[in-house]
Design a protein around this ligand. Sequence first.
Ligand code: HEM
Length: 148
Amino acid sequence: MQDLIKLLHLAGAIVWLGGMTFMLVALRPAAHALLQPPQRLPLIAAVVARFFVAVWLSVAALLFSGLAMLLAAGMKGAPLGWHLMLGIGLLMFLVFGHLHFGPWRRMKLAVAAADWPEGGRRMGQVTLLVKLNFVLGWVAVAAVVLVH
Ligand code: HEM
């Protein structure tokens, strides 16, 4: 059972971090190089809408499995790296919730209204917060693996 819980945890991390890598390293630069805002922003909005469903599922999987592993071991006996992961993980969930209901919601409204300058500005905010979560995610993984 513990192994299955860890597998669920790893699946959540791989989907979330892998998806952010794809967005930041591949999709966004290519879309910027090849497309103008009226084509680029609806495409990115459609891709992000689908990816964010996967992120919500990852957040649920990570929270459930992470707490299950932490509580099974006991908070007191857990290594420092595990506590760091809890703290950084909760911060990542907050950042994602904020970007989802703030800039991302406004970006969708702007795209629906064909307001490209506003859409581009909101997409910039979404990207900044995704970059933050990308860094936080890798710091959390490094902490759990390297800090004992
Ligand atoms: C509330 C949030 C979280 C909690 C409570 C939590 C808890 C834990 C715990 C206790 C472990 C150690 C498992 C072990 O070594 O037996 C662990 C490992 C791990 N966590 Fe988290 N975690 C959280 C969020 C995250 C996030 C946001 C990510 C990445 C996006 C992540 C990725 C990983 C990875 C890659 C491992 C390594 C698994 C291994 O050593 O085999 N976790 N986590």
